[in-house]
Design a binder for this molecule. Structure first.
Ligand code: GRF
Length: 194
């Protein structure tokens, strides 16, 4: 299977996915895509010899369809079978997502369906929750809402800040996402709970 990984920032999840796609893994990374030319993930991918595509969203303004048409054109050059969103910070419309139904994954830093959207760590702390975590799910047009493929849970400690909690969650993201992609690429959609 050919995997495209979408990043906007440092791409720590991308690096964990790439590191695991070796040996008898049924998938290989074929392109790293970003909306941000300065994304650390792009520089890292280039250094690894992985193809990269940058489609800056800013020239398109509010014309999401035009931005997504440019994404499609960039992707076509690499013929991916699976898309992994990994710290990709642009909302994708149904027009882009629907053709990828069942073949696009995302990692979200909460135990969905709790805390869709942004600032999930601060929200969990402010709610007084005892546990938090991350979710890998199939992407549907509804934001952070598709079928769950896996979750990892961490404790929220009394002295936690959003930063300490997000660091604890990120560690688990780097375990969960590779483990889910490895089984997903082999055709196994059984839910994984770490
Ligand atoms: C992480 O908080 C992750 O949960 C979210 O994007 C953030 C950055 O991820 N998906 P990465 O280090 O760029 O992979």
């Amino acid at each position: 299977k050919r995997v495209a990984i979408f990043v906007s920032g440092g791409g720590s999840n991308m690096r964990a996915l790439v590191a695991d796609m070796v040996g008898d893994h049924a998938a290989r990374p074929v392109v790293v895509v970003s909306n941000n030319a300065g994304a650390g993930g792009i520089a890292w991918a280039e250094a690894q010899g992985i193809a990269t595509e940058v489609v800056d969203h800013r020239p398109y303004g509010e014309d999401r369809a035009a931005f997504e048409a440019a994404l499609d054109a960039a992707l076509a050059r690499h013929a991916p079978d699976i898309i992994c969103l990994a710290g990709f910070m642009r909302v994708l419309t149904a027009g882009f997502v629907s053709p990828w139904a069942g073949r696009m994954l995302n990692i979200h830093p909460s135990l969905l369906p709790q805390y869709r959207g942004l600032h999930t760590h601060r929200r969990a702390i402010e709610a007084g929750d005892a546990t938090h975590g991350c979710t890998v799910h199939l992407v549907t047009p509804e934001l952070d809402d598709g079928p769950v493929l896996g979750q990892a849970t961490v404790p929220i400690l009394p002295e936690d800040t959003a930063d300490t909690l997000s660091a604890r969650v990120l560690e688990q993201e780097h375990r969960l996402y590779p483990a889910v992609l490895r089984r997903f690429a082999a055709g196994n959609t059984q839910r994984l709970d770490l």
